[in-house]
Design a protein around this ligand. Structure first.
Ligand code: PAF
Length: 289
């Protein structure tokens, strides 16, 4: 597996692959890789001839009181996992490579406000602008044919899809379902922050999401009641709830009874650890109305 650090090197490698008629898939990550990331690499291998994974903990998407400094950095084991997963190259830029003019005054790519102002974006102002800013840079440097993202960060996925469409990148975005532990807990680098008691509580989150999805799949269209029931369940499990929301899958707007494809999303705190998760649901309620 090639290890690439510079802009020049990454461009040269991609150019060579392209000259050989090979299509490239990019898997952007912040490292601390787990089976969820490896599922992205596996998908990338299926849809392209060459796979390049980027590892970069992007400061511009972290808020002031967030965990940028303590975010787990595990480069050596990450590279070993990628090599074993059949990744062809890993791109490990440093801060100057990603932000040559510094992170205080970078050229920014702003996420579409209609998508980014709600849910995660409302609670983490500027977060999605940081994501679009760094993903646009990665796209410009790597110019992949395809980029692969997880559904775990569902709102991020929509924000990136919109950026690609709106700016005309011509990159195919492929999404991969969330990988879960046997308990249902969605894999996340931040799960390593959970102590044993918090971990046991965290296991309950996916069950509450699935319960809400089941109510929707069975015909309920009373979103407010579904959200309230779930919030009560989560509080009984000991979570502090940032939001529990039933939304339209395509843009996370408030659904009405004629929107069949929905997404149920939650952000909760288990102790000092913030967890996000989501599941899909199909509303059949409107068929009966
Ligand atoms: O999902 C992530 O790990 C990050 O938000 C991403 C897409 C790599 C951008 O830093």
């Amino acid at each position: 597996m090639l290890q690439i650090e510079s802009r020049e090197q990454v461009k040269a490698v991609i150019r060579r692959w392209r000259q050989d008629g090979l299509e490239t898939a990019l898997v952007p990550t912040m490292g601390n890789l787990h089976a969820g990331h490896l599922a992205l690499v596996e998908t990338a291998r299926r849809v392209a001839d060459r796979v390049i994974t980027s590892i970069y903990v992007n400061p511009t998407q972290f808020g002031q009181n967030e965990d940028f400094a303590s975010y787990p950095r595990t480069l050596e084991p990450d590279c070993a996992l990628l090599e074993k997963a059949g990744c062809d190259a890993v791109f490990i830029p440093d801060q100057t490579t990603m932000y040559p003019f510094g992170i205080e005054n970078p050229v920014r790519v702003l996420a579409a406000p209609d998508l980014s102002a709600r849910l995660e974006g409302q609670l983490r102002p500027g977060h999605f602008d940081g994501v679009t800013t760094v993903v646009a840079r990665l796209f410009n440097l790597v110019s992949p044919d395809t980029a692969v993202f997880g559904e775990k960060d569902y709102q991020q996925l929509l924000v990136i899809r919109r950026m690609v469409e709106d700016l005309g990148y011509g990159i195919r975005i492929v999404s991969v379902p969330t990988v879960r532990e046997a308990t249902g807990l969605a894999l996340s680098s931040r799960n390593s922050y959970l102590g044993p008691a918090e971990k046991t509580a965290a296991n309950g989150l996916s069950a509450v999401l699935l319960d809400a999805a089941e109510r929707i799949n069975s015909g309920s269209t009373d979103w407010a009641r579904i959200e309230q029931l779930a919030t009560d369940q989560l509080r009984r499990l000991g979570f502090r709830v940032d939001y529990f929301a039933v939304r339209r899958a395509m843009d996370l707007g408030e659904p009405n009874s004629t929107d069949p494809e929905l997404r149920v999303l939650a952000a909760v705190w288990s102790g000092r650890v913030r967890l996000i998760d989501n599941v899909g649901a199909n509303s059949v309620g409107f068929l009966r109305d």
